[in-house]
Design a protein around this ligand. Structure first.
Ligand code: ADP
Length: 407
């Protein structure tokens, strides 16, 4: 329902917080009339009108000393470590956020990198959350150097993030592959950091998945090791905190912080809608910055479809010398069929089949039509055809249907 929204003026005291959630079709407009305030680490410009559309959950903090003193303290601690790193020409702090879903992990990462960028730091943000990633579409993990504070309306302003194909929206569906990719990404992040001095001192901020039990927990421990983290911040879970205290080496600082009262729990439907929106925006952009994707036909003979991971088999059924982990990380050829309809695929930068797992994604396409007689597929793509690389990795769990969206 569209409504005529009245103008409301709030007089906020220092160190206070104004929270709102947009539940109407009209955008909510926000303007700072006096003083200073910020949204998740990015400062509001006085007199500038910001628009927030349906579904956004916003918290405006007054003054730089936000009531989220605890998070600001973490930032201050990281700053000291960065100064020290610059002095000693060593690598800067690596911090990982862990905790169940909907405790504000991604938001704190956003604040930490924004506060750092405001001080001319250029940290690397790593996102291991395959269900609700911030750097790319669902089903991926990735990293990006952050040079500017997060845009209040549009989110991260990224130039050339490094993205790897996972293909599922929870690590649970292929934990072996998840760990291999984490190690690969950690290697790539270290290489990038070594090449840019300022980034090396600025350090790394890592966001993780909300699955914190069993395999999920083990993947968090694995990530901490792979990225050689110095600090782990656990949000809102005593058990996870004590487990990590027990399992992390002594030189890793493990701290627990409360979640902000503003964090909103998202239902399954909200998560699905957010995922869908993320894919839509990859192809079509946002209200402020529209993109115009292309559709073109590709012959089966000119591309090769793969997925990563063989079927779940009991160990006894595997060929001699092949472990379960080998089976779940092998590249499997996929024969084109109607089953591929609506699947999102990563365009791999690999030149040979062997390189597939270790190679990052150049971009993504969606299979929008399959013509069995012509032996061709039609792809929705951000750029015009032909494809720059011949290998397409099918995302088993990630589908996108344009028609459903406009219906
Ligand atoms: P997680 O990464 O732990 O799943 P998020 O950081 O994505 O959690 O937060 C969940 C939701 O709560 C998001 O929609 C986010 O915008 C909102 N949110 C987070 N922190 C606050 C806050 N301080 N005030 C209001 N909303 C918040």
């Amino acid at each position: 329902m569209d409504v005529n929204l009245p103008k409301v003026e709030y007089d906020l005291q220092a160190h206070s917080e104004l929270r709102f959630e947009v539940e109407v079709n009209e955008p909510i407009q926000l303007e700072l009339l006096e003083g200073t305030a910020e949204i998740y680490g990015s400062e509001l410009v006085k007199g500038c009108v910001y628009k927030f559309y349906r579904g956004r959950k916003v918290a405006v903090f007054t003054a730089k000393e936000t009531p989220m003193v605890l998070y600001v303290n973490v930032h201050a601690g990281l700053e000291q470590m960065r100064d020290q790193a610059a002095e000693q020409k060593s690598r800067g702090p690596r911090i990982m956020l862990a905790g169940p879903t909907d405790v504000g992990k991604s938001t704190i990462c956003k604040m930490l990198v924004s506060w750092a960028a405001r001080l001319k730091r250029t940290p690397i943000l790593v996102d291991l959350d395959v269900g609700q990633p911030d750097l790319s579409i669902p089903g991926t993990i990735g990293a990006s150097v952050i040079e500017t504070p997060v845009d209040i309306e549009e989110g991260y302003n990224l130039s050339g993030p490094l993205i790897f194909h996972f293909g599922h929206i929870t690590p649970q569906n292929n934990i072996d592959l998840y760990k291999v990719l984490i190690s690969r990404l950690a290697e790539a992040v270290s290489m990038r950091a070594q090449n840019i001095e300022q980034t090396n001192y600025s350090g790394v901020v890592i966001n993780t998945c909300g699955w914190v039990r069993d395999g999920g927990y083990r993947s968090i421990v694995h990530a901490a090791g792979a990225f050689e983290v110095d600090v782990v911040v656990v949000l809102d879970q005593e058990r996870l905190y004590s487990e990590l205290l027990r399992d992390m080496p002594e030189f890793v600082k493990v701290i627990m912080l409360q979640k902000s009262g503003g964090v909103v729990e998202r239902t399954r439907t909200v998560r699905e809608t957010t995922r869908d929106k993320k894919i839509y925006e990859y192809f079509y952009g946002t209200r402020e910055q529209a993109l115009y994707p292309h559709t073109f036909e590709v012959q089966w003979s000119s591309v090769k479809f793969f997925k990563i991971g063989g079927p779940d088999l009991p160990e006894s059924m595997l060929p001699v010398g092949i472990t379960l982990a080998d089976n779940k990380t092998k590249v499997v050829s996929v024969t084109p069929s109607r089953n591929l309809m609506y699947h999102v695929c990563s365009v791999s930068t690999a030149n040979t089949e062997k390189e597939i797992i270790q190679s990052n994604a150049a971009g993504f396409v969606v299979i929008t039509q399959i013509d069995i007689n012509k032996e061709s597929v039609t792809l929705l793509s951000p750029s015009p055809g032909p494809l720059p690389f011949p290998y397409l990795l099918v995302m088993e769990d990630v589908k996108y249907n344009d028609e459903l969206r406009s219906a």
